[in-house]
Design a protein around this ligand. Structure first.
Ligand SMILES: *Cc1c(COP(=O)(O)O)cnc(C)c1O
Length: 448
């Protein structure tokens, strides 16, 4: 099928398996991938996609899989969501690039206005646009350093902030993200996060006191430019900190002249059942970093925050050739409009309730599920040896593989590799969500 034929075809919202997963065409493509693409670029599930939308991915063999991954929390409004397709199609016909730093265009400014309006807090804000999550995190650090004239960056256990040099230093996990890639950027300090399932501390303020004591004693409050944290650790295992943890960190930053940065690259844009995950705790970050869900799959990221901090760096100090590309901005405007018009925040909450209740019932009957947790349409199960908190990464791999074989795309995560995470697009119809959860239940019954 040509791309035009695929685009003209309406995807049926059904799972359909016509070959083994992956099928013969995908296997052939995967063999070509192995001889053409660098081995460091890994693949979770080698089914080669030809079309996607609603809640399904269609592959080159004619299979249709239920998508519980959204390309890692990116296609929140759906793959090729009609409003995004229309907006990008119009933009691509008008102009594809000028470089905003050379001759600007309104789309970029509009995205900034929307982010300033939608992100937590009613203070005056500014936004700068970039391409990837990692690039935006790096820029948040640059901005915080320029504004505070300090250097230290505080990050947390189980953090994931990206794969560039500075963000590798900020990311916690060695394999596969850091191993062999040093030396890393300096002036990055790591302290314990709040992980109630593992540290047993359900009082967020107490957990924060421990982290803050280390910052005060080992880094020194006067040296801290920024404290950077994901409001729900994504890659690290969908770890939701104990209530009050984020607020205590934010207060410490305010009291000590440091910039509190929320990395909402994975949690932002309705994913957690709030437009931004900080809202669950009424935390107003000084800077908020967004990417993934922002533009329906077109590469775009942003740093948004207090005007006086954002305006710290000199003109020309921020930016990049492609940052805020017109196609990505057109997509983002359509995404934002879709989220607001279709009330996708409520949809994320409803998906979360369904997943929590179904997975909770599963956990009650299966001692290998140590915890079900998450917010909204960002839910995970942590798998352990029964009766302990000892991680079971091997079981996690086998459950994921069995789900894949049944045509359900699930992702794993977690510092110990023992977390299955579920991130369905918010465009997923209920019958596919239910079917996906049925498959998971069957897989847990089958995998010993
Ligand atoms: C994915 C992710 C990043 C990195 O984003 P890229 O676009 O892959 O560079 C940073 N922070 C968090 C929380 C993420 O989930």
């Amino acid at each position: 099928m040509t791309i035009a034929e695929i685009a003209g075809r309406t995807l049926t919202q059904e799972r359909r398996l016509v070959t083994a997963i992956p099928g013969p065409i995908s296997q052939e493509l995967q063999a070509r991938k192995q001889s053409a693409v660098a081995a460091g670029v890994g693949v979770t599930l080698p089914v080669y996609v030809v079309a996607a939308g609603g809640g399904v991915l269609a592959d080159a063999d004619g299979n249709q899989l239920i998508d519980f991954g959204s390309g890692i929390a990116v296609t929140t409004v759906g793959n090729s969501a009609p409003a995004v397709v229309d907006a990008v199609t119009q933009q691509v016909a008008a102009f594809t690039h000028t470089c905003f730093m050379v001759t600007p265009y309104e789309g970029y400014v509009k995205v900034a206005e929307h982010l300033n309006r939608l992100t937590p807090g009613d203070h005056e804000k500014r936004t700068a646009l970039f391409n990837s999550g990692a690039e935006a995190v790096e820029n948040a650090v640059k901005i915080a350093r320029a504004y505070t004239r300090r250097q230290a960056v505080v990050v947390f256990d189980h953090a994931y902030h990206g794969r560039t040099n500075l963000t590798m230093a900020m990311t916690a996990k060695n394999q596969p993200y850091k191993h062999g890639f040093g030396p890393f950027a300096n002036e990055v300090y790591r302290v314990p996060t709040s992980y109630p399932f593992r540290d047993g501390e359900t009082d967020g303020a107490a957990a924060a006191a421990h982290a803050l004591d280390l910052i005060n004693k080992q880094v020194g409050a006067d040296n801290v430019a920024a404290v950077v944290i994901e409001p729900v650790h994504g890659e690290g295992g969908f770890v939701v900190p104990a209530p009050g943890f984020l607020g205590a960190l934010q207060k410490w930053c305010t009291d000590n002249g440091a910039v509190f940065v929320a990395d909402e690259v994975q949690t932002g844009f309705a994913r957690t059942g709030a437009l931004f995950a900080c809202e669950h705790e009424n935390v107003v970050p000084d800077l908020i970093v967004t990417a993934k869900g922002i533009a329906g799959g077109l590469p775009l990221s942003a740093v948004t925050g207090r005007a006086e901090i954002m305006d710290g760096p000199q003109s020309g100090g921020l930016g990049g050739t492609y940052g805020g590309n017109p196609l990505a901005c057109a997509a983002a405007l359509a995404v934002i409009d879709t989220i607001e018009r279709e009330n996708l925040v409520a949809r994320a909450r409803a998906i979360g309730e369904t997943m929590l209740s179904r997975l909770g019932a599963l956990a009650a009957a299966d001692p290998r599920i140590g915890e079900v947790r998450g917010r909204g349409a960002m839910i995970a199960v942590e798998l352990v040896k029964p009766g302990t908190t000892e991680p079971d990464a091997d079981l996690t791999k086998r459950v994921a593989a069995a789900a894949h074989a049944q045509g359900l795309v699930v992702l794993t995560c977690g510092t110990y590799g023992n977390v299955l995470r579920f991130l369905p697009p918010l465009s997923m119809p209920d019958h596919l969500l239910d079917e996906g959860l049925d498959i998971l239940a069957a897989v847990f019954a089958e995998v010993k």
